[in-house]
Design a protein around this ligand. Structure first.
Ligand code: SAM
Ligand code: SF4
Length: 348
């Protein structure tokens, strides 16, 4: 393709071929142009505030066997835990006291946390604060999604992981991509703010697949999209595979920002795990969100999706203050609001 990079970066709509071209950039000067254009689009559509989302990992039991994940059911070496509802509710209180007004309740697919228990947790958190509640509990039934929305949940995060249906089945055995997409569409239809996204650097994945991931995020009209590198996890079939690259993750983040515009995009913990300046690089290549893991001890260290997770042994207060300083050092402001979808008008 003969194309002036600057012209391409300012085009209103990018074709699949143009996205692939951008994802294939290697020259550092050209990459800097890409990141700086993504930063400009982020500033124009999302502003300079960085939204913090406090994650509580409530259970590491999982009924699925995603081939890349340390929590997969067949990993017998992992000690399993479940937080009690009261521990979850108390942790949510600690998070809002830190000035973070989105609580992300995350776990493996664990039927123990049924309709009633999750509804109870949501209801109790909602009674005590106006913080946004995001659920990330995997694929659950449509009745459960509906009940939790009525109980007061605001958002649901369910990554599509890969837009390539064949790879999806390779990575997930029992599940398929079309079902996952049905879940995402249903969640949107009943009023959730919906987040999805992919893993970068999985075995067999191509740059074309990554372009399709970005285009899929666009067609789903997401409110949030997360792009994180694959990190090989022990005791999984992919333990000896290559790690996802930080640079490719940044390229996907930047191109996604240019394509998706007013969508929340996090600088992921996985990126910060493989690159000491991962948060900073993500936040200056299009990201506007950071999602610190604020699960209490001893559980946090046991939520081993992948090894060496950054911040997995830090005190929540200390790590949040450190994170805020890293963000402010970039000249960005911390948001003390819920940071709802930029596509709807529900900010309080
Ligand atoms: N079970 C829920 C689900 O799958 O949506 C939520 C928890 S799951 C651990 C959260 C995310 O972790 C997944 O969407 C996946 O992208 C990511 N993940 C799993 N294994 C990973 C790995 N080895 N490296 C990086 N990210 C991983
Ligand atoms: Fe379970 Fe989620 Fe890990 Fe898959 S990615 S094994 S559903 S925790």
């Amino acid at each position: 393709m003969i194309m002036n990079l600057n012209q391409l970066l300012y085009k209103e709509e990018l074709t699949r071929d143009e996205i692939i071209f951008l994802l294939n950039l290697k020259d550092q000067e050209e990459l800097n142009l890409l990141y700086s254009r993504a930063d400009e689009v982020r500033s124009q559509y999302c502003g300079d505030e960085v939204h913090l989302r406090g994650i509580i990992d409530i259970s590491n039991f999982c009924e699925q066997n995603c081939v890349y994940c340390g929590l997969r059911q067949e990993n017998d070496a992992l000690p399993r835990f479940r937080m009690t509802p009261e521990e979850v509710i108390e942790t949510a209180r600690v998070i809002t006291n830190l000035g973070i007004f989105t609580i992300v309740i995350q776990s493996g697919e664990d039927a123990h946390f049924d309709t009633d228990i999750i509804s109870y947790i949501i209801y109790q958190i909602r009674q005590k604060s106006n913080a946004a509640i995001t659920l990330s509990l995997g694929e659950r039934t449509f009745d459960e999604y509906r009940a939790w929305k009525i109980a007061g949940a605001d958002r649901y995060l369910l990554k599509h992981e890969t837009a390539n249906p064949k790879l999806y089945e390779t990575y997930h055995f029992k599940q398929n991509l079309s079902e996952r997409l049905e879940h995402l569409k249903f969640l949107k239809s009943i009023g959730y703010q919906v987040g999805s996204g992919n893993l970068i650097g999985l075995p067999m994945q191509t740059v074309e697949d990554l372009a399709d991931d970005i285009l899929l995020c666009k067609s789903l009209d997401l409110d949030m999209a997360a792009f994180g590198p694959f990190i090989p996890s022990p005791q999984t079939p992919y333990q000896n595979k290559n790690i996802g690259e930080a640079e490719l993750t940044l390229k996907v983040t930047a191109v996604a920002r240019i394509v998706l515009k007013q969508v929340h995009i996090p600088a992921t913990t996985a990126l910060d795990t493989i690159d000491a300046l991962g948060r900073e690089k993500g936040l200056t290549a299009g990201a506007n969100v950071v999602m610190p893991d604020l699960t209490p001890f001893p559980y946090r260290e046991q939520y081993k999706i992948y090894p060496g997770k950054r911040g997995s042994t830090d005190d929540p207060l200390v790590s949040t203050e450190r994170l805020k300083k890293r963000i402010e050092a970039l000249g960005r402001k911390i948001s003390y609001k819920r940071g709802d979808s930029l596509k709807i008008d529900v900010q309080t």
